[in-house]
Design a protein. Structure first.
Length: 108
């Protein structure tokens, strides 16, 4: 069983990453594959999009949350939240397939 707080964090991360895949890879013709793996001490979520160009979300610029609101540009808050609520955030691109993996450690 995944604790409610960890489940909330994973849902938030998955929704953000899935939405970005749909929004920024409209050329993807196939369905996005979502896989969840629950282990004793963690949950790993993998999203895979097929026949798309590469865009490494883990290299997106960090958001300056201390900047005044009027100095900020739109965008970036979702990936900032993903980084904040997950313990591991990885990207892999191979043969026109984009794979994002996030891991959430569970409290003992």
């Amino acid at each position: 069983m995944v604790p409610a707080d960890a489940a909330f964090d994973l849902k938030l991360a998955l929704e953000e990453l899935f939405t970005n895949m749909v929004k920024y890879h409209p050329e993807g013709a196939e369905a996005i594959l979502v896989r969840l793996e629950h282990e004793v001490s963690s949950v790993r979520a993998t999203l895979q999009d097929f026949d798309v160009d590469s865009w490494d979300v883990t290299r997106a610029a960090a958001l300056d949350v201390n900047a005044p609101i009027e100095a900020r540009q739109p965008g970036g808050m979702g990936l900032h939240l993903v980084r904040m609520v997950t313990d591991e955030f990885r990207y892999e691109y191979r043969e026109r397939s984009s794979t994002i993996t996030v891991t959430k450690r569970l409290a003992p």
